[in-house]
Design a protein around this ligand. Structure first.
Ligand code: NAD
Length: 419
């Protein structure tokens, strides 16, 4: 990971790249490049030993013209104001790409959760939820999990909000445990949309996914499910996987489900008996495979690395895994990159289904969730490729932004300016 590229500048560059292909005024476009508001707050949290520790936390609400702000909450030492702003903007364009009625938001706390007990993390999360309370709610802003947060944190946020508001409002957050109003299929949803995007991409490009070799960088929620579904449902040959500890490789294919069990048991992919060799995780990115799925963090691939990528197709599971320079290099090299705002939109799409179910107080079956998700992703894929073919957009990312910007700009135009 380069760490040198400001993700907010990446987002703005992506919008600028698309600007030439949309008929939107410069003033509107400028508005669509900046968040509406960003909360920055200092949380005071009691540690188990009685001391008080301070944490910096953010929530960015980027644009609400198409519906409530929507987006995850990240716990990571590298969380920054600009990262949160960028991630909230990507949510706007992601929701618009798959045409679900949400704006975009994102939050984060500067923390390495591995250094804290569950009780400390609960107090931290409840302190954060208390700060967020005036800003969030089922009709305002709906948080969800992101890196290092999951059902547990969502349940704490929901409970804090409901207690302070003296109500029941499960649609305040998504990604909850099923027993607390979570949706069937939510945990798998991001990986499932990555798999669906890969399936559609290979079909669109006239290639056979069942013959393909695949490398997946990052083996968390997004990467591990994507790898398993690409293996099990598409029959592709997943030959390499990595996590922050390094990469594992087997040219004959890895048993992804068994690798997951190994990771759950030992905390790392390293030492998995089904691998024939291990190497540094950067080497995975340049392997000679048909499909590369970056599923770790942003800026994993910079311009220099992009020169050495051998895959023909990249499907982005992570948010912003390519720097703008890497994007340019891969476009010049005719590598087909299917962007994050389509490929990983399954998470927010099933979050939307969860919110709909919460509002209806009626739970869908997993089969219904997966069928609706497939419909949303394949429709979005078809719209994206149609835009690509009809606008001369240089790559699929720009085509996705063209589609999304048109939709957001139309809603902004219809809303007008208040007062
Ligand atoms: P996670 O914390 O569950 O997993 C992250 C994985 O990346 C871990 O396996 C970690 O070991 C690995 N990793 C970190 N640095 C690495 C490196 N340098 N090389 C290789 N692996 C590395 O997080 P997640 O929820 O899977 O999210 C991953 C990405 O997907 C993020 O960009 C996130 O914003 C995006 N995303 C996630 C969801 C979701 O529903 N979880 C939805 C949309 C987008």
């Amino acid at each position: 990971m380069t760490g040198e590229v400001n993700p907010f500048e990446s987002l703005q560059a992506q919008i600028d790249d698309a600007a030439g292909y949309v008929d939107v005024g410069a003033d509107v476009l400028e508005r669509l490049k900046r968040p509406e508001r960003v909360l920055e707050t200092t949380l005071s949290v009691e540690m188990d030993d009685g001391s008080i520790e301070l944490f910096t936390a953010y929530r960015s609400q980027f644009n609400g013209d198409r519906g409530p702000y929507k987006g995850g909450i990240r716990y990571h030492p590298n969380v920054s104001r600009d990262e949160v702003k960028a991630l909230s903007g990507w949510m706007v364009y992601k929701c618009a790409t798959v045409d679900i009625p949400y704006g975009g938001g994102k939050g984060g706390i500067v923390v390495d959760p591995r250094e804290y007990s569950a009780a400390e993390l609960e107090r931290l999360t409840r302190a954060y939820a208390t700060e967020l309370r005036p800003l969030i709610g089922p009709d305002r802003d709906i948080p969800a999990p992101d890196v290092n947060t999951g059902q547990r944190e969502m349940n704490w946020i929901k409970d804090t909000y409901e207690t302070l508001e003296n109500t029941t409002a499960p649609g305040t957050v998504t990604g909850k445990a099923p027993s607390s109003g979570g949706s069937a299929g939510r945990v798998e949803a991001t990986g499932r949309s990555v798999m669906l995007t890969a399936r559609e991409a290979f079909e669109y490009l006239g290639k056979d996914i069942a013959d393909a070799t695949v490398a997946v960088q990052g083996f968390g929620n997004a990467g591990s499910v994507a790898a398993r579904l690409i293996d099990e449902e598409l029959g592709a040959n997943v030959v390499a996987l990595s996590d922050s500890g390094g990469a594992i490789h087997n040219p004959d294919g890895l048993d992804v489900a068994a690798a997951k069990e190994h990771k759950v048991d030992t905390g790392t992919l390293s030492g998995f008996s089904g691998a024939v060799e291990e190497f540094g995780n950067e080497d995975l990115l340049t392997m000679d495979v048909d499909l590369l799925v970056p599923a770790a963090l942003e800026n994993a691939i910079d311009g220099e690395l992009a020169e050495r990528i051998s895959a023909d197709i990249v499907v982005e599971a992570a948010n912003g895994p390519l720097t703008p320079r890497a994007d340019d290099v891969l476009t010049d090299r005719d590598v087909a990159v299917f962007p994050d705002i389509l490929a990983n939109a399954g998470g927010v799409t099933v979050s939307y289904f969860e919110w709909v179910q919460n509002r209806q107080r009626f739970a869908w079956t997993e089969q219904r969730v997966n069928e609706e998700l497939e419909r949303v992703i394949t429709n979005a894929f078809d719209t994206l490729t149609e835009t690509y073919e009809t606008t001369d957009a240089p790559n699929y990312r720009t085509a996705a932004y063209v589609t999304a910007i048109r939709r957001v700009a139309r809603a902004a135009d219809e809303a007008g300016v208040f007062p």
